[in-house]
Design a protein around this ligand. Sequence first.
Ligand SMILES: Nc1ncnc2c1ncn2[C@@H]1O[C@H](COP(=O)(O)OP(=O)(O)OP(=O)(O)O)[C@@H](O)[C@H]1O
Ligand code: SF4
Ligand SMILES: [Mg+2]
Length: 350
Amino acid sequence: MSLLEIKNLTLDFTVTGARLRAVDDLSLSIEAGETLCLVGESGCGKSTAALAIAKLVPAPPARYSGGQILVNGRDVLQMANGDLRRLRGRMVSYVFQEPGASLNPVVRVGKQIKEALKLHRPEAATEDEVARLLKLVGIPAPEARARDYPHQLSGGMQQRVMLAMALAPQPQLLVADEPTTALDVTIQAQILELLRELKQRLGMSILLITHNLGVVGEIADRVAVMYAGQIVEVAPARELLQRPLHPYTKALMGSVPALGSEAPRLSTIPGNVPRLGNCPFGCRFQPRCSVARPDCATLVPSLAELEPGRLVRCPFGVGVSPAPFSATSASIPAETARIDPGAAPSNEPA
Ligand SMILES: Nc1ncnc2c1ncn2[C@@H]1O[C@H](COP(=O)(O)OP(=O)(O)OP(=O)(O)O)[C@@H](O)[C@H]1O
Ligand code: SF4
Ligand SMILES: [Mg+2]
């Protein structure tokens, strides 16, 4: 059994009477001890999907419209409030992008960590445990630092404090949403190294959300790529970086600057991620896809296993010769070519 298994999760926001689908039929699993990176452009639904794991997207305006989120086999969407409180922290813990915005500026950091301990592990809410946690995340002189207020610490140290708070309940899954984006590159590298070390030492799983494919290469076991509310590719990290299959992943990787490259311009993906409620019918990437064909605008590709362990939402992902969207195509596996011509656009009005 996987530690986390999300099955066909669908989540809508109701905005001025219209129901907008932010997460569409998302399926994903994370094994014990695994690091999975979730990547994709701004607004594609990464944070919403991650917050949904502990049912933290407030409803309303959200509506969990379908699917299951199984943590150790139990469906989070069916849990009573008491069970949800126990899940948050003890099983699934979060670290966000801006430590400055998450820490209380008028409370000493040691006290803030102690509060997290009181909530989730009251028997361990001691000065010694606070110092141990600060030491665990690489903060020197932890007893002295515990008496500091957040503004007395650098951004990197504040992020380490946030990590200590997230680790206080001893979670099985740490969800880190862009934890290094607000930091300079040297500190980013230190925090990534720390995450890698902590995973080894504590045996926990990590879901790391990032825009940065360089981060993926540093830390991920597997990668899931999101586009416009849908997963478009899932693969082992090394394989995805060496040989992306989905045209969107290929385009993302093509837009990463390479040291020593002599290309006069950095390549970019034309256009933008479609706004919620304004997704094109057929393949959502079709208006921006350099290898789109007429069928792509009318038929809906499903996420299918093109190769063992490699899921792709494009029947042309392996670069086979042009083939129609058809379950009977000889050039692509039937599973790959599965389409749903009758599927409704997923941003239908409420
Ligand atoms: N509370 C909300 N009410 C209405 N729409 C929302 C709400 N929260 C998020 N959205 C919308 O859901 C979509 C997905 O947002 P989300 O924050 O998950 O994207 P993201 O991939 O994390 O982006 P970023 O990389 O910028 O953090 C966006 O279109 C966003 O505007
Ligand atoms: S289904 Fe068509 S438009 Fe979508 S990614 Fe594949 S080739 Fe491009
Ligand atoms: Mg986000």
